[in-house]
Design a binder for this molecule. Structure first.
Ligand SMILES: C[S@@+](CC[C@H](N)C(=O)[O-])C[C@H]1O[C@@H](n2cnc3c(N)ncnc32)[C@H](O)[C@@H]1O
Length: 203
């Protein structure tokens, strides 16, 4: 496949993904975050939100996890990954997840709206996805579970981070080396869901 954009042609991770058989350069972001923070272990159940074309799911499956992956767009099969095509913000999709599995060790979300390059617009469009990912995490994460969610930085970031922080023992805003330098994306990493701040029973 030919690289579509100038930035892709210049991009080390783009070529590396082609060479090493990953479906996206994003795969290296999860690899790097996992190496640094120890998020996914063999035998874990992982819920991958905004998963297509499947780089993160490939990495999670390689790490020995069983994966349920969600995306609006279709995704080609990956061994060890069950794919649900649907909107992660809709109850209908949540119900489909629940039918397969009710509790996960890790929830990861690389979901993003179509990027415009305007930081403010991209930020506000991503907030809904970040909030949905967090609601899903609160619904599906086991106590002690881990969470990763991408957000495009902006006005709402401190508020969202303050809310996340209450629910995890370890928390960090992190930008992996594989993130493009000029991108406004940042990842919230939470480990130890519940921690000393137990979520309410109805959440
Ligand atoms: C950056 S891509 C994810 C790349 C993926 N992590 C990988 O490694 O291949 C972002 C994805 O979020 C998905 N997405 C955006 N809004 C969504 C929604 N409401 N529900 C489910 N997926 C969504 C898009 O369809 C797109 O495939």
């Amino acid at each position: 496949m030919k690289p579509r954009r100038v930035e892709d042609r210049q991009d080390h991770y783009y070529w590396r993904a082609k060479k090493e058989g990953y479906r996206s350069r994003a795969a290296y972001k999860l690899k790097q975050m996992n190496a640094k923070f120890g998020l996914i272990k063999p035998g874990y159940w992982v819920l991958d939100l905004g998963a297509s074309p499947g780089g993160w799911s490939q990495v999670a499956a390689e790490l020995g996890a069983s994966v349920i992956a969600i995306d609006l767009s279709p995704m080609k099969d990956i061994e060890g990954v069950t794919f649900i095509q649907g909107d992660m913000t809709s109850e209908e999709t949540w119900e489909k997840i629940r039918e397969i599995r009710d509790r996960f060790d890790v929830v990861i979300s690389d979901a993003s709206p179509k990027i415009t390059g305007h930081w403010d617009i991209d930020h506000y469009r991503s907030v809904e996805l970040v909030e949905a990912a967090f609601s899903i995490a609160r619904r599906f994460l086991k106590p002690g579970g881990n969470f990763v969610v991408k957000m495009f930085q902006g006005e709402e970031t401190p508020k969202l981070y303050a809310e996340f922080k209450k629910h995890f023992r370890f928390k960090k805003l992190h930008s992996p080396p594989a993130s493009r330098k000029r991108s406004s994306e940042i990842y919230f990493i939470g480990k130890g869901f519940g921690g000393k701040f137990k979520p309410k029973k109805d959440e």
